[in-house]
Each structure stands twice: as structure tokens, then as C-alpha cells.
Design a protein around this ligand. Structure first.
Ligand SMILES: Cc1cc2nc3c(=O)[nH]c(=O)nc-3n(C[C@H](O)[C@H](O)[C@H](O)COP(=O)(O)OP(=O)(O)OC[C@H]3O[C@@H](n4cnc5c(N)ncnc54)[C@H](O)[C@@H]3O)c2cc1C
Length: 441
């Protein structure tokens, strides 16, 4: 019988372990912390349900399949309809972005001309193109400054000028390769996808009753005696019989589901070059500043998902989620829950020297102005991610290609983590399905 060791109990490692158990494979999961979830952490405090990492998920085929396998369908919490509205700060004012942005003066006439001529732009992405260069080539620079830049902050806490289009957004890159236009490609793909039965009747954006920890707890409960908490792994060793030894236990295969800088230590004795590449992956710091406030203290209507801020606005925060608008059960009645992100590639390294009190005041000042808030928050909770999200920078393919080569050369060791096949929770779940399929080959 095959025995597999999984290192790291974030969503990537847990889903791998769960799928393997389902196939009757014996699994052991090593986690350095006392709890599972990694970036997914839900906290219950004074009647609020607070997410310290991801707040919501986007549906994808494999994620829906996982929810069904875990029997969690009845615990799905769909985002409220109002959450479809998203704001961007422009000239200090919140502007709703969407189709209306093309007629309400958000974009200049020159930018509109560049946007609408996109289907006729014939060029294709050269090697090593950044996200900013890609969208500038297709839609013009104003589109990048006013739309792409803030969305990159919202997804990667990153910089569109240093992220690689091919590595960070492979499906958008492929769309240009296949259809020659993103507008045409998006239209064709949406027609195909909407026909998939499994995705029908499933909310596009969702969480679970009780927060995302419900998903983690469901996975852990299926893995019970497979879990080894407070068990950091420092190396993977080869045994004489050609198997692998992890913390004194022997395995036929090992799945590495830790962050890249930890994975580097794990494989260093096997491949120094890959270890060096893995250590070079940038993970900027991000602070998550959560405020709970009486609704009456906020003058602006919180009728949307939240707002993002373009770099050109020169603000100290990246954006804020209107959590209790998206999921009203997240705050007690008469109160709102706001989650603000600070740092990232833009200003993350400045955060280290800022005290929690100063961080709170900084967010208070920004929100007082943008959302017209009067008075102090009734609750404040701060979570600092010293190494938050891996940046798929220009040339990142060299890292992913080296990982793939390593997997071929060291049969039995697999990588499944957010630095390999996408950073979103949906991508981690897709990657876990793919890893288990290759492992069971
Ligand atoms: C602030 C923030 C907001 C986000 N928002 C969203 C969002 O809204 N939507 C979305 O889809 N995604 C979001 N993401 C991204 C997403 O949450 C992550 O990419 C994903 O959860 C990563 O999962 P993972 O299992 O690959 O890695 P991780 O969650 O990093 O898990 C790695 C695990 O390995 C363990 N580990 C580390 N070292 C060792 C060791 N030596 N031995 C054993 N175990 C070890 C860690 O303790 C951890 O449990 C967000 C991320 C952050 C930080």
C-alpha cells in the first residue's frame, strides 16, 4: 500500500491529503503550527466573524467538486447581490466600476477609444512581458493606472510592472494566444462555461456559515489520525530502499505544501539550484486591519464589495472590504465589519517599524476621510503577515519550470502550494486535484 507524507496543512496540503485518503491511500500531514489552515484563519470575537486571510472564494470546477465531496453544500454562504458593486478611489472619491465606467466619465475619451479598439490589436505577448505592459499594449495606459493597478493590489498586494502576465494570469495570457483578443475570448468562454452543469446554481462568490474555517475543519475532521500538529519538517531524506524519510517516518511519496522559502530548505540537499530559486520568491508583508463599528458612525453607504486604491492616489492603505455588506452575518446587528489591507509591495517594508497603535490610527485617518467615519472603531484587530503572498514576477516561469524538472528527476516528490500553480484558494484546490492525479498516475 502506498504511504504519502504531506508537509504543510494549508488548503493545498489538506486537499491533497483528503483526496488521497478518499482513494484509500495512507497519509500523514505534518504541520508546524498547532492548528491547520495556513493563510486561512477565522476568528470569532465580540459577535464578529473575522477572516485574517482570504474573506471569500470564487467558484471553480474543482472547488465546487470539493464542497460536494465534503458535503458542505448546505453551509455555503453566498455573497449578497450588492457585493457585485466594486469601488475604486479616484481623485479622493469612490467611483463604482463596472460597465457604467465606460459611459460615466471615469475613463477619458482617449482611453475609451483604446479600450474599444482592443479586438483589433494584432500584437501578441512577447517573452517576459509584465502585467502592466500586457494591458497597456491591449487597452492603453489609463486602463492600467485606473483598473489593473488597483486590482493587482487587491489580488497580489503586488505591482503590475513587476508581475509576469504569463505566470500571474496564465488564463488571460492564453486568451490572447487563442483568440487574439481578451474581449472576444471572454465573451466566447463565458458562453461555454455557463453551460457546465456542476457550476450552475452555485454562487460565484461565497464563504461558509461560520467563515472559511468551516472548510478547514471539514477537511481536518476527515483526516483525524493523519494529522501531526506542532511538527515542523526541516528536511526530506532519501532512505536506502529509495523511499523518503520525514521526521523519522518512511513514505513512498512526499508532497511539499509549505511556502517557497521553507520548501527551499526541504529540498536543498537534493537540488541547490532550485533551493536558490525558491528563496528568491518575494513575499511582501501585509497587515490586515479589522474594524468593527456602529453603523451610525459611517456616513457613506457601504453598498458594495469594498474599494481598491490605485498607486497614483498615493495613499497609505491598499483598500478596504465591506465585509458585513458582503456577508451580513459577520457583524452583530447595528454594526459593520471593515477589513483594510496595508503594505504589500507598495509599502509593506515600511510596516515593520510601525506600531499597532500607529497602524490603527493610520487606517482610522484614511477611512474617516474616504468613508466619512465619525468616532473611533468599537473593535480593532490587527494581523500582520510578515510574508504574505508570493509574487509571480517577470521570469517566474524559470522557477515553475525548475520545479517541474525537479519532480521529473526526483520521482515521488511533488510540489503543491500557492507559489506553483496560482495563489487563489481556487487555484490551490485545482492544483491539489492535479497533484493527486499525477501521484496516483
Ligand atoms: C491576507 C491574505 C488575503 C488573501 N485573500 C484571498 C482571497 O480573498 N481569496 C483567495 O482566493 N485567496 C486569498 N489569499 C491567498 C490564499 O489564501 C493563499 O494563497 C492560500 O490560502 C495558500 O494556501 P497554501 O496551502 O498553498 O499555503 P499556506 O496557507 O501558506 O500553508 C502552508 C502551511 O505550511 C505550514 N508550514 C510552514 N513551514 C512548515 C514546516 N517546516 N513544516 C511543516 N509545516 C510547515 C504552515 O504553517 C502552513 O500551515 C489571501 C492571502 C492572504 C495572506
Amino acid at each position: 500500500m502506498v504511504r504519502v507524507g504531506v508537509i504543510g496543512a494549508g488548503i493545498s496540503g489538506l486537499v491533497c491529503a483528503f483526496l488521497l485518503r478518499q482513494k484509500g491511500v495512507e497519509v500523514v500531514v505534518f504541520e508546524k503550527d498547532e492548528t491547520a489552515g495556513g493563510n486561512i484563519q477565522t476568528l470569532k470575537l465580540e459577535g464578529y466573524t473575522i477572516e485574517l486571510g482570504p474573506n471569500s472564494l470564487l467558484k471553480s470546477l474543482r472547488l465546487v467538486e470539493l464542497v460536494n465531496l465534503l458535503g458542505l453544500r448546505s453551509q455555503i454562504l453566498p455573497a449578497e447581490h450588492t457585493a457585485r458593486k466594486r469601488y475604486i478611489l479616484s481623485g479622493g472619491k469612490l467611483e463604482a466600476v463596472g460597465l457604467k465606467s465606460f459611459v460615466n466619465g471615469y475613463f477619458s475619451p482617449k482611453a475609451l477609444f483604446q479600450i474599444f479598439r482592443e479586438p483589433f490589436v494584432r500584437s501578441k505577448s512577447p517573452e517576459n512581458e509584465s502585467v502592466a505592459e500586457f494591458f497597456e499594449r491591449r487597452f492603453g495606459d489609463e486602463f492600467v493606472d485606473k483598473l489593473v493597478d488597483p486590482f493587482i493590489s487587491g489580488i497580489y498586494a503586488g505591482n503590475p510592472h513587476s508581475l509576469s502576465i504569463r505566470a500571474a494570469f496564465p488564463s488571460i495570457y492564453e486568451m490572447e494566444q487563442n483568440f487574439g483578443s481578451l474581449i472576444v475570448g471572454a465573451f466566447r468562454q463565458s458562453r461555454n462555461k455557463s453551460n457546465l452543469k456542476i457550476l450552475k446554481d452555485f454562487p460565484r462568490t461565497f464563504s461558509f456559515q461560520g467563515g472559511l474555517k468551516t472548510l478547514i475543519e471539514a477537511l481536518v475532521s476527515r483526516l483525524d489520525d493523519s494529522m501531526r500538529f506542532s511538527s515542523p519538517v526541516f528536511a526530506i531524506e532519501r532512505t536506502k530502499s529509495g523511499k523518503f524519510s520525514v521526521n523519522g517516518e518512511e513514505f513512498d511519496s512526499v508532497i511539499i505544501s509549505t511556502p517557497a522559502f521553507v520548501a527551499a530548505d526541504l529540498i536543498e540537499s537534493l537540488d541547490e539550484d532550485l533551493a536558490r530559486r525558491l528563496r528568491s520568491v518575494e513575499y511582501p508583508p501585509v497587515a490586515v486591519v479589522v474594524f468593527g463599528l456602529k453603523t451610525e458612525k459611517i456616513k457613506k453607504k457601504l453598498d458594495g464589495f469594498g474599494f481598491l486604491i490605485p498607486s497614483k492616489e498615493n495613499r497609505s492603505i491598499l483598500g478596504t472590504l465591506f465585509v458585513s455588506t458582503v456577508f451580513p452575518e459577520r457583524a452583530p446587528k447595528g454594526y459593520e465589519l471593515l477589513t483594510t489591507f496595508v503594505g504589500g509591495v507598495r509599502r509593506g517594508y515600511e510596516l515593520c517599524g510601525v506600531s499597532d497603535e500607529n497602524l490603527k490610527q493610520l487606517v482610522e485617518r484614511e477611512l474617516a476621510e474616504i468613508l466619512e467615519i465619525n468616532g473611533e472603531p468599537d473593535l480593532c484587530y490587527i494581523k500582520r503577515w510578515e510574508k504574505a503572498i508570493p509574487q509571480y514576477q517577470i521570469g517566474y516561469e524559470k522557477i515553475t519550470e525548475s520545479i517541474a524538472r525537479f519532480e521529473r528527476e526526483h520521482r515521488g516528490i511533488f510540489f503543491c502550494s500557492n507559489f506553483y500553480r496560482g495563489i487563489s484558494v481556487s487555484s490551490c484546490v485545482e492544483s491539489a486535484f492535479e497533484t493527486v492525479e499525477s501521484l496516483l498516475g
